[in-house]
Design a protein around this ligand. Structure first.
Ligand SMILES: Nc1nc2c(ncn2[C@@H]2O[C@H](COP(=O)(O)OP(=O)(O)O)[C@@H](O)[C@H]2O)c(=O)[nH]1
Ligand SMILES: [Mg+2]
Length: 217
């Protein structure tokens, strides 16, 4: 009983801070995308490819959330956009409070229009923690299996878009694309779905067009 109440309070406080973040992002004119997936689905690779395509169009920054290491932040640094590492230690998700600590840094980035937040690799907890983002994008890779939307419904329910990545591996893997999409749409019929391969480049233009439209809205 006590555990339930404490959990509820934590989420309520998170929601308050998320709303404050949202207000700040709006004031600063920054569009914010929260990227969530299981570890290894391809979030950092998608960011690298996206930045390559969009960084001349508008100023981008990235927040990298990880339990350990700044490996991903160092990968993004090579793309020559501002990047901030948040190392969460034992915490398996980012929360709104952690993001609020980056606001001063964000304010210092001239002309910032688009912020990507790469959440900690986890298909469960990030669903519960609003960060104040405009849009949540979940990523699954075909190697994970077509049943993931059914097994982790909360994250797909909370997402605005789903990227199904690594489609170059389809010939080697027993993944039913129609079933995966039907499962995801069954949970969230508003979900926009993009099939992608960072290896071949398929789907990246479609995805970047979505992002461009959202940023210029
Ligand atoms: N075959 C294939 N491998 C990919 C693709 N996208 C990413 N990878 C690989 O998957 C691994 C995990 O990618 P990463 O971006 O680090 O995943 P993250 O943990 O979600 O950030 C890396 O070895 C990538 O090179 C893809 O579209 N096809
Ligand atoms: Mg990563």
């Amino acid at each position: 009983m006590h555990d339930i109440l404490i959990g509820k309070k934590i989420l309520e406080r998170n929601e308050e801070v998320a709303n404050e973040n949202r207000g700040q992002f709006e004031e600063l004119g920054i569009f914010v995308i929260n990227m969530v997936s299981a570890p290894g689905a391809g979030k950092t690779t998608i960011l690298e490819k996206t930045i390559e395509r969009l960084k001349d169009k508008f100023q981008i920054a990235v927040i990298e959330g990880d339990i350990q290491t700044d490996n991903d932040a160092r990968r993004i640094e090579k793309c020559r956009v501002p990047v901030k590492q948040i190392t969460t230690g034992r915490t398996c998700h980012l929360d709104a409070h952690m993001i609020s600590h980056t606001l001063d840094w964000l304010k210092g980035i001239k002309g910032l229009k688009l912020l990507f937040i790469e959440n900690v690799g986890n298909l469960v907890c990030p669903a519960e923690y609003d960060l104040g983002e405009d849009c949540m994008v979940s990523v699954i890779s075909v190697a994970e299996g077509d049943d993931k939307p059914l097994k982790y419904p909360a994250i797909f329910h909370a997402s605005d878009a789903l990227i199904i990545n690594k489609i170059d591996l389809l010939p080697y893997i027993n993944f039913n694309m129609k079933l995966a999409k039907d499962n995801a749409i069954g949970i969230n019929h508003n979900l926009k779905i993009c099939e992608m391969s960072c290896t071949t480049g398929k789907g990246l233009d479609e995805w970047c067009d979505w992002v461009k439209k959202d940023v210029s809205r």
